[in-house]
Design a protein around this ligand. Structure first.
Ligand SMILES: Nc1nc2c(ncn2[C@@H]2O[C@H](COP(=O)(O)OP(=O)(O)OP(=O)(O)O)[C@@H](O)[C@H]2O)c(=O)[nH]1
Ligand SMILES: [Mg+2]
Length: 353
């Protein structure tokens, strides 16, 4: 079986974490699975890909382009996985992405007929964004959320352990009423709930290959896209003092950026700040909006003296302003922690121009 599924969903909805949990669960109970992280940034090591590697997943990345527009690279990676005995491969698309049903599913069907079995087109939505969408308070983001859900064959209500049973049922019911052609599953990568059902849905289910009518107002989407920028930074930090606390460093740096973006009246839906030591210990801090405290989904266990860091974000903030904010925060917080930095890679640009 050469099964392939696209995992779509907004920035921070849980795609990478869910794909990691899914890949491991599937490999432990059903067969062999691999994941592809897809994001933008020429020649970069994606934070999501590095995280998947550090988490022990069979992982690949495509970073130069959205998989919507590089079928040759995608099919090469897929075939590499299948030739290693994988039954299922999942790939995400960049978190603001819409249109992969058409570009990826129909593109592969037309250009590589019979080569792959397409699993239900899967879209994640997290509890907070579902609530905002239901209450009509999602703003420009609502346009993208709705367009993504219209593409879905399978909707995953992610992070479901954050909801009590009644909220979960109500959320799933609302999704079923608004997007009646879909199947819906509640999944928590954190607790493992729903992973079995997700594995089965992808293994046994089939893509509908619909041509979804995404009747969003193109101007709204263009407005939302136009304010987005991408930022990527990879550096090495050498620790000069003995009592360096990697978790405190990541938290303080992320909090500083969150505060500065918020003070500038801009938004940062998801920033990933991943750091690892040569022996494989790692920590991760996430910004999930200027109105939410920084999360530390993974902590360094050991003290470290030499770390590699990747900072990767899509923000609703002009490129120049974001570059200035992040540059200043990295400098200031790293100096405070007496770190000696070597920048390996920096790439930042506006989207929608
Ligand atoms: N509580 C909880 N948090 C989760 C769960 N899954 C993911 N998260 C957290 O949600 C945040 C975003 O998760 P990611 O998996 O990075 O989201 P993503 O959709 O890949 O984000 P982008 O790559 O920016 O598009 C991280 O802080 C995760 O730790 C979950 O099941 N429960
Ligand atoms: Mg991701």
């Amino acid at each position: 079986m050469k099964k392939f599924a696209v995992i779509s969903g907004f920035l921070g909805s849980g795609k990478t974490t869910t794909m990691m949990a899914l890949t491991k669960h599937y490999s432990a109970h059903f067969g062999k699975a691999a994941m592809i992280s897809n994001d933008l940034g020429e020649g970069v090591l994606l934070a999501d890909h590095r995280l998947a590697q550090l988490g022990g997943c069979r992982a690949l990345q495509i970073s130069d382009e959205c998989i919507c527009f590089c079928h040759d690279v995608l099919t090469e990676k897929l075939e590499a996985c299948y030739s290693e005995g994988c039954d299922l491969v999942v790939s995400d698309i960049p978190g603001f992405g819409v249109g992969a049903q058409e570009h990826v599913y129909h593109g592969l069907t037309e250009n590589y007929p019979g080569q792959f079995e397409l699993a239900p087109f899967t879209v994640l939505i997290e509890p907070r964004n579902l609530r905002l969408l239901r209450e009509g308070k999602a703003g420009d983001m609502g346009t993208i959320l709705d367009a993504q859900l219209k593409e879905a064959d399978l909707i995953v209500l992610s992070k479901c352990e954050l909801l009590v049973a009644q909220e979960r049922e109500e959320g799933l019911k609302w999704l079923a009423e608004l997007y009646p052609w879909t199947e819906q599953i509640a999944v928590s990568a954190a607790s493992g709930e729903g992973l079995d059902a997700l594995c089965l849905a992808l293994r046994d289910g089939k893509a509908s290959l619909r041509h979804p009518k995404i009747d969003y107002d193109a101007d709204d989407l263009q407005d939302a896209m136009g304010s987005l920028s991408e930022y990527y930074l990879q550096y090495r930090a050498l620790v000069c003092c003995n009592d360096f606390d990697g978790n405190a460093y990541l938290t303080e740096l992320a909090e500083k950026i969150r505060g500065a973006v918020g003070a500038a009246g801009r938004e940062i839906p998801h920033m990933k700040l991943l750091a690892w030591a040569p022996e494989g210990d790692f920590g991760k801090a996430d910004i999930l909006g200027t109105d939410r405290p920084v999360e530390l989904p993974h902590r360094f266990i050991q003290p470290c003296t030499d770390i590699a860091v990747i900072l990767n974000t899509s923000a609703a903030c002009p490129d120049a302003a974001l570059n200035a904010i992040i540059g200043e925060a990295v400098k200031e917080v790293s100096e405070k922690y007496q770190l000696e930095l070597t920048i390996f890679k920096k790439d930042h640009f506006s989207l929608g121009e």
